[in-house]
Design a protein around this ligand. Structure first.
Ligand SMILES: NC(=O)c1ccc[n+]([C@@H]2O[C@H](COP(=O)([O-])OP(=O)(O)OC[C@H]3O[C@@H](n4cnc5c(N)ncnc54)[C@H](O)[C@@H]3O)[C@@H](O)[C@H]2O)c1
Length: 314
């Protein structure tokens, strides 16, 4: 199978995630059939779709014509057989219950032609939790979008125990084709990659608030005005390159001591980090272009500083 063989898509579940996932595909030319359990819910999904697409036009991302074409490409049904008959790639975005997802995938397995790929969009569940009865083990994959899924670019693409490299790569390329930013998750683990990092921050922020270390408002402001401010330009890995690779093992140790109940970093992983630190730079940035990288970073930060904080009254 090739990427070009995917000509039409299906989305099962037209809730918070489903309608936005359908928009992503329809926006870039794919006819998308969306299903849910009732016509009332689908009417609501259609309203939300129109409102979401209108914002794209109002904010200048697409023309009115593109918006109309996108809306026209999305059809709805309560009949799963119609989704099966009209999709080469189906994303499920139904409730986060393994038994519901299992039942749905098994039904789709019976209804769909053999080539159809199934993508699942859970939050924490992994394919092993609900996909093990599906016969086409090579053709189920996980695509984890972030709300609102028609706006946030990153999508984690993760394998299940049987997902073939071919299907994993096609899914990765498909995400690129619909202008998302796919992120490969190389091992099956609950919470995948980003939710684990986000939860780590959420857990510590909650703990600091509950222990009275800072008010909720101050925690929020601190995160947004410090590393949140830097984040669109540099994530934690590039940060170690630009701000000092020596901080890396130190951060790991401090975190081990401070978080207490957090997931432990194994001695093996801590040693790997230490050894990588000893090798020194470069980690992300070409050492020949280090000053250039710093200037680029600072210009971007200054633009953001001006936009978000500079002219605000203190
Ligand atoms: N909301 C988020 O921020 C977010 C982010 C990432 C992943 N997810 C995951 O995406 C999935 C959907 O979440 P959501 O927030 O859109 O939930 P939601 O409750 O808004 O929507 C789920 C929709 O699925 C429908 N549904 C349930 N069973 C169905 C079935 N058998 N066939 C067809 N439709 C069915 C429901 O009627 C509902 O409209 C969940 O697995 C969730 O964990 C959610």
């Amino acid at each position: 199978m090739k990427l070009e063989d995917i000509k039409k898509v299906g989305v099962v579940g037209g809730g918070t995630m489903g309608f936005g996932i359908a928009i992503n595909f329809a926006l870039w030319g794919y006819p998308a059939i969306m299903s849910d359990v009732s016509n009332e819910i689908l009417e609501q999904s259609k309203k939300r779709t129109k409102a979401a697409i209108t914002l794209f036009v109002e904010e200048g991302l697409i023309t009115r014509q593109q918006a109309d074409d996108t809306i026209r490409r999305i059809t709805t049904t309560t009949d799963l057989a119609k989704v099966a008959a009209n999709s080469d790639f189906i994303t499920e975005a139904i409730v986060e219950r393994s038994e519901d997802k299992r039942e749905l995938l098994n039904k789709l397995d019976e209804l769909c032609p053999p080539h159809t790929i199934f993508a699942s969009n859970p939050s924490f569940l992994v394919l092993s939790d609900f996909g093990s009865d599906v016969k086409r083990q090579d053709k189920i994959v996980l695509t984890h979008y972030f709300a609102p899924p028609h706006i946030v670019p990153g999508v984690e693409v993760a394998k299940g125990p049987g997902t073939s490299d071919e299907i994993f790569n096609i899914t990765y390329d498909l995400m690129k084709k619909i202008r998302k930013v796919p992120i490969r998750v190389l091992k099956e683990l609950p919470g995948y990659l980003i939710d684990r990092i986000q939860s780590a921050m959420g857990r510590d922020a909650s703990r600091l608030w509950a222990e009275g270390v800072a008010t909720a408002e101050d925690i929020e402001l601190r995160i947004k005005s410090t590393f949140g401010f830097r984040m669109p330009h540099e994530g934690p890995m590039m940060h170690y390159d630009l701000a000092g690779i020596w901080k890396w093992p130190l951060d790991v140790r401090t975190r081990q001591r401070a978080s207490g109940k957090g997931p432990e970093i194994s001695a093996e992983a801590a040693e790997k980090i230490k050894q990588r630190m000893i090798q020194g730079k470069p980690w992300f940035v070409d050492p020949e272009k280090f000053d250039e990288a710093i200037e680029k970073r600072d210009r971007e930060y200054l633009r953001r500083l001006k936009e978000l904080y500079w002219s605000k009254e203190k």
